[in-house]
Design a protein around this ligand. Sequence first.
Ligand SMILES: [Zn+2]
Length: 242
Amino acid sequence: MIKEIVLDGRTIEYTLVRKKVKNVNLRVDAGKVVVSCGPHVSVGYVEETMRSKSKFILAAIDKTLVCVNNSGRPTEYAHGERVKVWGEWCVINVRKLPDGLKRGRIIYEHPIIYIEVENPDDKHQRELAYENWKRSMVKGKLDEMTRYYYSIMLPRLNDRKCHSLDDIRYRIMKSKWGVCRPTIGVITYNYNLFEVAQEAVAYVVVHELCHLLEANHSARFYAEVARVMPDYKLREKVLKMS
Ligand SMILES: [Zn+2]
């Protein structure tokens, strides 16, 4: 019987097995919690026991499923996997989508990311729900940031008779956080900015917008960046560590 319990704010699934044992026995195997107890032990007592050992249970789950890469991008989209949202570590919690719902969804309650899908054992479903969410989060945040800094820079861009920003695009890129094509007024952002701290993301936005003023990375270019963002060097460092 698969059940759910909230331990220190995290919803944990566990399998309850009834058999001839004297105590409530706990086991965490590959991130899955299995509890065995005698036939007449109440669920209330089982869960009280689990709560008293919540630190041990959560640590055991995180240990078996800890994400080995430091990028903060998920590889398994699995229960207990650690991922980054805007530079901060969060933990994935997988659970079944409520009855009547078809489309997988994400409920984000920092630092917990609930992936809700029809079949929690199907990695493809978990990945699809997560990646769709990640993309919409990136678009929302980067569109907003770009509009904000663009409005600040607009008088300067008009003075210099620069091309207007006509389109913001997004894709996954291997080696660049952003690309600006000043002759056509198009900026493209990398979806993987999602794992980067927001102060560094804002630097990417300002950097790309400044390419509307200066195409290359000259001293004049960085003077334009500093005009909008005086502390850009610090943010650049944060970006390089991401
Ligand atoms: Zn550049």
